[in-house]
Design a protein around this ligand. Structure first.
Ligand code: PHE
Length: 350
Protein backbone atom coordinates (compact mmCIF):
# COMPACT_ATOMS: atom_id res chain seq x y z
CA UNK A 1 0.00 0.00 0.00
CA UNK A 2 1.21 3.45 -0.85
CA UNK A 3 1.67 5.39 2.33
CA UNK A 4 1.91 9.14 1.89
CA UNK A 5 3.64 10.46 4.91
CA UNK A 6 3.03 14.01 6.04
CA UNK A 7 5.90 15.77 7.65
CA UNK A 8 5.59 17.63 10.92
CA UNK A 9 6.64 20.81 9.12
CA UNK A 10 3.83 20.74 6.64
CA UNK A 11 1.38 20.11 9.51
CA UNK A 12 2.83 23.10 11.30
CA UNK A 13 2.33 25.14 8.15
CA UNK A 14 -1.24 23.98 7.79
CA UNK A 15 -1.88 24.96 11.42
CA UNK A 16 -0.44 28.41 10.86
CA UNK A 17 -2.55 28.91 7.74
CA UNK A 18 -5.69 27.98 9.66
CA UNK A 19 -4.90 30.45 12.45
CA UNK A 20 -4.29 33.19 9.93
CA UNK A 21 -7.51 32.35 8.17
CA UNK A 22 -9.41 32.92 11.40
CA UNK A 23 -7.56 36.16 12.04
CA UNK A 24 -8.72 37.50 8.67
CA UNK A 25 -12.21 36.16 8.70
CA UNK A 26 -14.86 38.14 6.83
CA UNK A 27 -17.68 36.08 8.31
CA UNK A 28 -18.73 37.96 11.46
CA UNK A 29 -21.36 35.74 13.01
CA UNK A 30 -19.66 33.94 15.97
CA UNK A 31 -22.12 31.06 15.73
CA UNK A 32 -21.28 30.37 12.10
CA UNK A 33 -17.56 30.77 12.78
CA UNK A 34 -17.75 28.21 15.55
CA UNK A 35 -19.32 25.66 13.22
CA UNK A 36 -16.85 26.46 10.48
CA UNK A 37 -13.74 25.96 12.65
CA UNK A 38 -14.73 23.73 15.53
CA UNK A 39 -17.84 21.97 14.23
CA UNK A 40 -18.00 18.22 13.65
CA UNK A 41 -17.06 18.69 10.03
CA UNK A 42 -15.18 21.88 10.68
CA UNK A 43 -11.69 22.85 9.57
CA UNK A 44 -10.06 21.73 12.81
CA UNK A 45 -11.43 18.22 12.59
CA UNK A 46 -10.45 18.02 8.92
CA UNK A 47 -6.90 18.92 9.83
CA UNK A 48 -6.80 16.49 12.79
CA UNK A 49 -7.61 13.62 10.44
CA UNK A 50 -4.14 14.06 8.94
CA UNK A 51 -2.57 12.76 12.14
CA UNK A 52 -2.88 9.23 10.83
CA UNK A 53 -0.59 10.21 7.93
CA UNK A 54 2.14 11.46 10.19
CA UNK A 55 5.02 9.15 10.80
CA UNK A 56 4.51 7.34 14.11
CA UNK A 57 7.56 8.91 15.69
CA UNK A 58 6.19 12.41 15.19
CA UNK A 59 2.59 11.67 16.13
CA UNK A 60 2.96 12.62 19.75
CA UNK A 61 4.37 16.01 18.80
CA UNK A 62 1.64 16.43 16.11
CA UNK A 63 -0.98 15.70 18.78
CA UNK A 64 0.47 18.45 20.97
CA UNK A 65 0.44 20.93 18.11
CA UNK A 66 -3.16 20.13 17.25
CA UNK A 67 -4.18 20.47 20.90
CA UNK A 68 -2.53 23.87 21.06
CA UNK A 69 -4.34 24.85 17.87
CA UNK A 70 -7.67 23.78 19.32
CA UNK A 71 -7.07 25.83 22.46
CA UNK A 72 -6.09 28.85 20.45
CA UNK A 73 -9.13 28.54 18.17
CA UNK A 74 -11.43 28.19 21.16
CA UNK A 75 -9.98 31.28 22.84
CA UNK A 76 -10.23 33.40 19.74
CA UNK A 77 -13.79 32.32 18.96
CA UNK A 78 -14.79 32.79 22.60
CA UNK A 79 -13.44 36.34 22.51
CA UNK A 80 -15.44 37.07 19.39
CA UNK A 81 -18.60 35.91 21.12
CA UNK A 82 -17.93 38.13 24.11
CA UNK A 83 -17.24 41.00 21.80
CA UNK A 84 -20.60 40.52 20.15
CA UNK A 85 -22.47 40.40 23.45
CA UNK A 86 -20.80 43.49 24.84
CA UNK A 87 -20.24 46.19 22.31
CA UNK A 88 -21.09 44.86 18.94
CA UNK A 89 -22.39 47.60 16.66
CA UNK A 90 -23.69 46.85 13.21
CA UNK A 91 -23.36 50.16 11.42
CA UNK A 92 -25.43 48.90 8.50
CA UNK A 93 -28.44 48.13 10.72
CA UNK A 94 -31.39 50.55 10.24
CA UNK A 95 -31.58 52.95 13.20
CA UNK A 96 -34.51 53.32 15.58
CA UNK A 97 -36.28 56.60 14.87
CA UNK A 98 -37.29 58.70 17.85
CA UNK A 99 -41.09 59.09 18.06
CA UNK A 100 -42.25 62.04 15.96
CA UNK A 101 -45.06 64.32 17.08
CA UNK A 102 -47.44 66.33 14.94
CA UNK A 103 -49.52 69.47 15.17
CA UNK A 104 -52.70 69.37 17.21
CA UNK A 105 -55.66 68.60 14.89
CA UNK A 106 -57.12 72.06 15.52
CA UNK A 107 -53.80 73.69 14.53
CA UNK A 108 -53.77 71.53 11.41
CA UNK A 109 -57.29 72.74 10.56
CA UNK A 110 -56.32 76.40 11.18
CA UNK A 111 -53.37 76.09 8.80
CA UNK A 112 -55.51 74.51 6.13
CA UNK A 113 -58.30 77.08 6.47
CA UNK A 114 -55.79 79.97 6.28
CA UNK A 115 -54.25 78.48 3.13
CA UNK A 116 -57.62 78.05 1.42
CA UNK A 117 -58.59 81.69 1.98
CA UNK A 118 -55.13 82.96 1.16
CA UNK A 119 -55.57 81.53 -2.34
CA UNK A 120 -58.49 83.87 -2.98
CA UNK A 121 -56.77 86.91 -1.56
CA UNK A 122 -57.90 86.95 2.06
CA UNK A 123 -55.46 88.35 4.58
CA UNK A 124 -55.10 86.53 7.87
CA UNK A 125 -55.80 88.82 10.80
CA UNK A 126 -55.82 88.29 14.53
CA UNK A 127 -57.67 90.47 16.94
CA UNK A 128 -57.70 90.46 20.74
CA UNK A 129 -59.23 87.45 22.41
CA UNK A 130 -59.87 89.59 25.47
CA UNK A 131 -61.59 92.69 24.15
CA UNK A 132 -63.93 95.54 24.91
CA UNK A 133 -67.66 94.90 25.02
CA UNK A 134 -67.89 97.56 22.31
CA UNK A 135 -66.11 95.39 19.71
CA UNK A 136 -67.80 92.15 20.75
CA UNK A 137 -71.31 93.65 20.86
CA UNK A 138 -71.78 97.43 20.80
CA UNK A 139 -70.21 98.07 17.41
CA UNK A 140 -72.12 95.07 16.03
CA UNK A 141 -75.49 96.75 16.37
CA UNK A 142 -76.06 95.34 19.86
CA UNK A 143 -76.08 98.32 22.24
CA UNK A 144 -75.91 97.66 26.01
CA UNK A 145 -78.96 95.75 27.28
CA UNK A 146 -79.92 94.56 23.80
CA UNK A 147 -81.57 91.14 24.26
CA UNK A 148 -79.74 89.60 21.26
CA UNK A 149 -76.58 89.58 23.38
CA UNK A 150 -77.97 86.67 25.37
CA UNK A 151 -77.15 84.34 22.46
CA UNK A 152 -73.49 84.56 23.47
CA UNK A 153 -72.96 83.19 26.93
CA UNK A 154 -70.23 85.65 27.67
CA UNK A 155 -67.55 85.77 30.36
CA UNK A 156 -67.17 89.34 31.62
CA UNK A 157 -63.92 90.33 33.26
CA UNK A 158 -64.48 91.70 36.73
CA UNK A 159 -63.04 95.18 36.13
CA UNK A 160 -64.65 98.60 36.08
CA UNK A 161 -66.30 99.42 32.75
CA UNK A 162 -64.92 102.06 30.39
CA UNK A 163 -67.43 104.82 29.67
CA UNK A 164 -67.34 104.36 25.90
CA UNK A 165 -66.03 100.78 25.46
CA UNK A 166 -67.93 99.12 28.28
CA UNK A 167 -66.63 96.10 30.16
CA UNK A 168 -63.85 93.77 29.13
CA UNK A 169 -65.02 90.37 27.87
CA UNK A 170 -63.45 87.10 26.79
CA UNK A 171 -64.52 87.29 23.15
CA UNK A 172 -67.48 84.95 22.60
CA UNK A 173 -67.03 85.11 18.80
CA UNK A 174 -64.50 86.35 16.25
CA UNK A 175 -66.92 89.04 15.03
CA UNK A 176 -65.12 91.47 17.35
CA UNK A 177 -62.56 91.65 14.53
CA UNK A 178 -65.03 93.19 12.06
CA UNK A 179 -65.05 96.80 13.20
CA UNK A 180 -61.42 96.50 14.33
CA UNK A 181 -60.41 95.58 10.75
CA UNK A 182 -62.47 98.49 9.33
CA UNK A 183 -60.72 100.81 11.78
CA UNK A 184 -57.30 99.38 10.88
CA UNK A 185 -57.95 100.32 7.24
CA UNK A 186 -59.20 103.73 8.40
CA UNK A 187 -62.61 103.03 6.93
CA UNK A 188 -61.17 102.54 3.44
CA UNK A 189 -62.17 99.27 1.72
CA UNK A 190 -61.43 96.89 0.06
CA UNK A 191 -61.36 94.47 2.98
CA UNK A 192 -60.78 90.75 2.60
CA UNK A 193 -59.98 89.42 6.03
CA UNK A 194 -59.93 86.03 7.67
CA UNK A 195 -59.71 86.25 11.44
CA UNK A 196 -59.03 82.98 13.26
CA UNK A 197 -58.91 83.16 17.02
CA UNK A 198 -59.89 81.61 20.34
CA UNK A 199 -63.36 82.27 21.66
CA UNK A 200 -64.90 81.67 25.04
CA UNK A 201 -68.43 80.90 26.12
CA UNK A 202 -69.95 79.97 29.42
CA UNK A 203 -70.97 76.49 28.41
CA UNK A 204 -69.32 73.12 28.76
CA UNK A 205 -70.73 69.72 27.84
CA UNK A 206 -70.10 66.91 25.38
CA UNK A 207 -70.57 69.23 22.39
CA UNK A 208 -69.07 72.43 23.84
CA UNK A 209 -65.81 73.51 25.41
CA UNK A 210 -65.48 76.84 27.23
CA UNK A 211 -62.58 77.69 24.92
CA UNK A 212 -62.88 76.97 21.22
CA UNK A 213 -61.85 78.55 17.92
CA UNK A 214 -63.75 80.43 15.25
CA UNK A 215 -62.83 81.78 11.88
CA UNK A 216 -64.45 84.88 10.57
CA UNK A 217 -64.47 86.14 7.03
CA UNK A 218 -65.17 89.76 6.18
CA UNK A 219 -65.31 91.25 2.70
CA UNK A 220 -66.20 94.89 2.10
CA UNK A 221 -66.02 96.68 -1.23
CA UNK A 222 -68.18 98.40 -3.80
CA UNK A 223 -70.89 96.17 -5.27
CA UNK A 224 -70.42 93.18 -2.95
CA UNK A 225 -73.59 91.08 -2.86
CA UNK A 226 -74.98 87.75 -1.68
CA UNK A 227 -73.63 85.96 -4.75
CA UNK A 228 -70.11 86.78 -3.64
CA UNK A 229 -70.90 85.32 -0.24
CA UNK A 230 -72.43 82.20 -1.78
CA UNK A 231 -69.50 81.80 -4.16
CA UNK A 232 -67.02 82.07 -1.29
CA UNK A 233 -68.90 79.50 0.80
CA UNK A 234 -69.07 77.10 -2.15
CA UNK A 235 -65.38 77.57 -2.83
CA UNK A 236 -64.49 76.81 0.77
CA UNK A 237 -66.77 73.77 0.90
CA UNK A 238 -65.14 72.26 -2.18
CA UNK A 239 -61.59 73.06 -1.11
CA UNK A 240 -61.96 71.83 2.45
CA UNK A 241 -64.38 68.92 2.11
CA UNK A 242 -63.82 67.81 -1.47
CA UNK A 243 -65.01 68.76 -4.98
CA UNK A 244 -68.48 67.22 -4.65
CA UNK A 245 -69.45 69.32 -1.62
CA UNK A 246 -72.19 71.95 -1.87
CA UNK A 247 -73.17 74.80 0.40
CA UNK A 248 -76.58 76.28 1.12
CA UNK A 249 -77.78 79.28 3.08
CA UNK A 250 -81.02 79.47 5.08
CA UNK A 251 -82.67 82.64 6.43
CA UNK A 252 -81.73 83.43 10.03
CA UNK A 253 -81.23 86.45 12.25
CA UNK A 254 -78.14 88.23 13.52
CA UNK A 255 -78.08 91.84 14.66
CA UNK A 256 -74.93 92.59 12.70
CA UNK A 257 -75.95 91.21 9.31
CA UNK A 258 -78.98 91.95 7.13
CA UNK A 259 -80.10 89.66 5.62
CA UNK A 260 -78.65 86.89 7.81
CA UNK A 261 -78.24 83.19 7.10
CA UNK A 262 -77.28 79.92 8.58
CA UNK A 263 -74.79 78.03 6.46
CA UNK A 264 -74.99 74.29 5.72
CA UNK A 265 -72.56 72.06 3.85
CA UNK A 266 -73.62 68.87 2.15
CA UNK A 267 -72.44 65.75 3.98
CA UNK A 268 -69.45 64.37 2.14
CA UNK A 269 -70.04 60.86 3.46
CA UNK A 270 -73.47 60.44 1.84
CA UNK A 271 -72.89 63.18 -0.79
CA UNK A 272 -75.85 65.19 0.45
CA UNK A 273 -78.37 62.40 -0.13
CA UNK A 274 -78.85 61.50 3.55
CA UNK A 275 -78.56 57.84 2.57
CA UNK A 276 -75.72 55.35 2.60
CA UNK A 277 -76.52 52.01 0.95
CA UNK A 278 -80.27 52.62 1.32
CA UNK A 279 -79.89 53.34 5.07
CA UNK A 280 -80.14 56.76 6.72
CA UNK A 281 -76.64 58.32 6.88
CA UNK A 282 -75.80 58.08 10.58
CA UNK A 283 -73.43 61.03 10.34
CA UNK A 284 -75.75 63.78 9.07
CA UNK A 285 -79.24 62.15 9.01
CA UNK A 286 -80.46 64.72 6.46
CA UNK A 287 -77.69 65.13 3.89
CA UNK A 288 -76.55 68.46 5.39
CA UNK A 289 -74.49 69.74 8.31
CA UNK A 290 -75.10 73.15 9.82
CA UNK A 291 -71.79 74.90 10.32
CA UNK A 292 -72.29 78.54 11.18
CA UNK A 293 -73.65 81.98 10.46
CA UNK A 294 -73.27 84.51 7.67
CA UNK A 295 -74.90 87.55 6.12
CA UNK A 296 -74.52 90.94 4.49
CA UNK A 297 -72.81 93.38 6.85
CA UNK A 298 -75.43 95.59 8.55
CA UNK A 299 -75.18 99.29 7.58
CA UNK A 300 -74.83 100.22 11.26
CA UNK A 301 -71.75 98.02 11.52
CA UNK A 302 -70.18 99.66 8.45
CA UNK A 303 -70.94 103.05 10.00
CA UNK A 304 -69.32 101.99 13.28
CA UNK A 305 -66.19 101.13 11.25
CA UNK A 306 -66.25 104.52 9.53
CA UNK A 307 -67.39 103.12 6.17
CA UNK A 308 -70.14 104.79 4.14
CA UNK A 309 -72.94 102.18 3.74
CA UNK A 310 -74.30 104.07 0.72
CA UNK A 311 -71.08 103.47 -1.12
CA UNK A 312 -69.92 100.11 0.17
CA UNK A 313 -71.45 96.75 0.99
CA UNK A 314 -69.96 93.63 2.47
CA UNK A 315 -70.54 90.11 3.66
CA UNK A 316 -69.35 88.27 6.74
CA UNK A 317 -69.40 84.69 7.92
CA UNK A 318 -68.15 82.91 10.97
CA UNK A 319 -68.07 79.49 12.52
CA UNK A 320 -66.21 77.03 14.71
CA UNK A 321 -62.91 75.46 13.72
CA UNK A 322 -63.47 72.38 15.89
CA UNK A 323 -66.82 71.57 14.30
CA UNK A 324 -65.54 72.24 10.79
CA UNK A 325 -62.65 69.88 11.44
CA UNK A 326 -64.58 67.01 13.02
CA UNK A 327 -67.08 67.14 10.15
CA UNK A 328 -64.29 66.80 7.64
CA UNK A 329 -62.80 63.78 9.33
CA UNK A 330 -66.23 62.18 9.64
CA UNK A 331 -65.60 62.11 13.37
CA UNK A 332 -68.59 61.41 15.53
CA UNK A 333 -66.68 62.38 18.67
CA UNK A 334 -68.79 61.41 21.67
CA UNK A 335 -67.21 64.12 23.74
CA UNK A 336 -65.67 67.17 22.03
CA UNK A 337 -63.69 67.89 25.22
CA UNK A 338 -61.33 65.07 24.13
CA UNK A 339 -59.76 67.61 21.77
CA UNK A 340 -58.51 69.53 24.78
CA UNK A 341 -57.56 66.56 26.91
CA UNK A 342 -54.18 64.93 27.36
CA UNK A 343 -55.38 61.65 25.86
CA UNK A 344 -52.44 60.78 23.62
CA UNK A 345 -54.13 57.65 22.26
CA UNK A 346 -56.79 59.95 20.82
CA UNK A 347 -54.29 62.35 19.19
CA UNK A 348 -52.11 59.59 17.79
CA UNK A 349 -54.93 58.80 15.38
CA UNK A 350 -54.44 62.04 13.45
N1 PHE B 1 -70.54 85.56 15.13
C1 PHE B 1 -71.61 84.65 14.79
C2 PHE B 1 -71.66 83.53 15.80
O1 PHE B 1 -70.79 83.40 16.58
C3 PHE B 1 -71.45 84.07 13.41
C4 PHE B 1 -71.53 85.12 12.32
C5 PHE B 1 -70.39 85.71 11.86
C6 PHE B 1 -72.74 85.46 11.77
C7 PHE B 1 -70.46 86.67 10.83
C8 PHE B 1 -72.82 86.37 10.75
C9 PHE B 1 -71.68 86.97 10.27
O2 PHE B 1 -72.61 82.75 15.83
Amino acid sequence: MVYMEISLTSLEQAIQTLEQQLDHETELDPQKLNTKYLGKRGLFNELSKQIKDISPKDRKQAGKLLNALKNSLQTKLGNLQLHKAEDWVDLTFPGTLPPQGHLHPVSQAIEEISEIFKKIGFTRARYPEVDWDYYAFGSLNMPPDHPARDEWETFFVDLPADKKMGKIVLTPHTSNGQVREMERLKGKPPIRMINIARCYRRQQDVTHTQMFHQFEGLVVDQGINIQHLKGTLDYFAKEFYGPGTKSRIRPFHFQFTEPSFEVDFSCHLCHGTGLIGGEKCSFCKSGWHEVGGAGMVHPNVLKAGGIDPNKYTGFAFGWGVERTYTLKEGLNIDDIRLLYSEEMRFFEQF
